[in-house]
Design a protein around this ligand. Sequence first.
Ligand code: SF4
Length: 365
Amino acid sequence: MTCDVLDDRLAAVSHLNQQKAKQSRDSLADGGRAFRKSLLNWFAINAKKYPWRSTRDPYAILVSELMLQQTQVVTVLERGFYDRWMKRFPDTQTLACAPPQEVLKLWEGLGYYSRARNLQAAARLIETELEGEFPGSVSEIKKLPGVGPYTAGAVASFAFDHPAAIVDGNVARVLARVFDFDQAVDSSGGLKTIWDLAGQLMPRRKNAKSREYNSALMELGQTLCKRAAPLCDRCPVARFCVTRDPESLPVKKTRQKTVLLEEDVLFARRKDAILLELESGSRRKGLWKLPALNRAETNKRPSDQERILLTLKYSITKYRVSLYVHQVKGSLADVSEQGRQWVDLTELETLTLGAPYRRVLEKLL
Ligand code: SF4
């Protein structure tokens, strides 16, 4: 990268005042080489060992990236989700041929089931349309179901060492602080600038350690450049970092308001069976839940308070849900409702249940 190119980019970041812009320009005047070198030296000593870091298999990397999209590393690793998945579905062919119910079952506990469906759809596309060959460029990887710019860049970089920039929450935080960037990083303009900056800092050549560089930048955000109380005194790129108030960055748009929801479900049991209901709608297709209480059943109950067995609170995206579990005698439950079915208790483990309902059943059975 020439210094001119980087200078132009920095000049385009109109949110940097002149003094800060000069500081950034000075520290990155070599096209970011010193920045990358400091980061890579630090990473060589401090890199965490994750299974997806020891493979070049693009499918395995895609699995890890989709699992990590909404879920913490500790959950994916310590609760064995990644290992179980790779053992059962080691390649696109096995996943493509698996029954969808089994795919969902293995995902149970991770939530956001569209990720599992997209993974299987991607595997099927690779097997049926690409003769089993995983696509090798960012633009081709991006055509797979459920794959956006971040995931495509991550797979291209981690599997093929392509010099593809990637911006996740950690990278956005680090770059916003390094450049003291005070535009909202979740606005379209702000995000585009952060992606541009990430691109300008990437090594240009293929096989120029872009894989390590991207991992290092993400890990810096996870471990030192944390949201609260960043550890700047241990930071390998502190001398390039312009901000004087890291905790104020990155700027984000006003948070979405939390929406309170109430959900009434019923707990109807007869002998060794429990009444369950198949979820409706394409997003949750194939999942089971406790049946929603219907009006007829409400009328049969003498008093709400007497019959509420359990209240469970949980959050999903912007919703804060209070789940009220009402007891209804098996004989009074309306089994004719669409999607409802008596399920033998011995079969419960084989079904895919949403996490809140699984928790309720664990408490009540
Ligand atoms: S010096 Fe501090 S704020 Fe700047 S990148 Fe390092 S940890 Fe983040």
